[in-house]
Design a protein around this ligand. Structure first.
Ligand SMILES: NC(=O)c1ccc[n+]([C@@H]2O[C@H](COP(=O)([O-])OP(=O)(O)OC[C@H]3O[C@@H](n4cnc5c(N)ncnc54)[C@H](O)[C@@H]3O)[C@@H](O)[C@H]2O)c1
Length: 253
């Protein structure tokens, strides 16, 4: 086991599944203690059990924004500090199109994909500033923030807003030595994409000429995205801030 992140503490949302789960495991493998956040308590406990003593599971629904201060407080109570925040939990919703938008779904997508990340950044960054600065924040956006797709208006626009929020936060928090970056995955195997079909169906989507196509003709594994997130939490990326790293195999070029 390597230990680039030994002695550090991470909060990872959406840690019960997919990219968040892979990120939590990868951060722990680098030596970080990890506060795992998700609404799926049973799956979260399974991930915590795989990681062991350096994991702390926090089951909560991020659509309930009042829960956010308690997440950071629990992580601090358990581990004493927070060095990395990874805002990974996200939903696509069913908001539909401009001509037939469901505003209730729109509001839920924006709560989970944008407002919860904002409030988590606020509470974590206040802690980082209070202890003298230093820290990393990584927001999980999407290639959908950069490409037009039918029926994705709430999801795509919330992820685009998250990119700009990342830039604004990087400008505000840079003087406190807090790096804020985003990753923009393309089609990645997870619970979200399982509903699109099996591996062959997903490969057909990235090798065609549709809006999910990418230059390498490969579907991403959650670990492909997790590796970039870990890099953005590691000392080697200390001069990178305000950026969105596309992990989509060239879906957006
Ligand atoms: N899979 C892809 O192709 C893809 C592409 C681009 C971006 N993304 C983004 O990556 C992130 C992770 O998605 P994934 O593909 O791993 O999907 P996933 O469904 O496997 O994981 C998402 C996790 O977030 C949790 N979550 C959702 N809403 C929540 C809430 N209200 N409160 C607490 N937890 C909640 C879910 O329980 C789940 O464990 C999301 O932000 C998603 O938008 C995914």
């Amino acid at each position: 086991m390597t230990s680039t992140l030994a002695g550090t503490v991470s909060i990872v949302t959406g840690a019960a599944s997919g990219i968040g789960r892979a990120t939590a495991l990868a951060l722990a493998a680098e030596g970080a203690a990890v506060a795992l956040v998700d609404r799926d308590g049973a799956a979260l406990d399974t991930v915590a059990a795989v990681i062991g003593a350096q994991a702390h599971a926090i089951t909560c629904d991020l659509a309930d924004l009042a829960a956010v201060p308690g997440i950071v407080a629990q992580a601090l109570e358990r581990f004493g500090r927070v060095d990395h925040l990874v805002n990974c939990a996200g939903i696509t919703g069913t908001a539909g199109t401009v001509l037939a938008v469901d505003l209730d779904s729109w509001d839920e997508v924006y709560a989970v994909n944008l407002k919860a990340p904002l409030l988590l950044m606020q509470h974590v960054a206040n802690h980082m500033v209070a202890r003298g600065g230093g820290g990393r924040i990584v927001n999980v956006s999407s290639s959908s923030a950069f490409r037009a797709r039918l029926s994705q208006i709430a999801y795509g626009s919330s992820k685009a807003a998250l990119v700009q929020l990342t830039r604004s936060a990087a400008a505000e928090l840079g003087p406190h030595d807090i790096n804020v970056n985003a990753v923009a995955p393309g089609l990645t195997k997870s619970a979200i994409t399982a509903r699109l079909g099996d591996d062959d169906a997903l490969t057909a989507l990235v090798t065609g000429d549709g809006t999910l196509a990418n230059l390498l003709g490969r579907v991403s594994e959650p670990e492909d995205v997790a590796a970039v997130i870990v890099f953005l939490c590691a000392p080697a990326s200390r001069q990178i801030t305000g950026q969105t790293i596309h992990t989509s195999a060239g879906a957006v070029v």
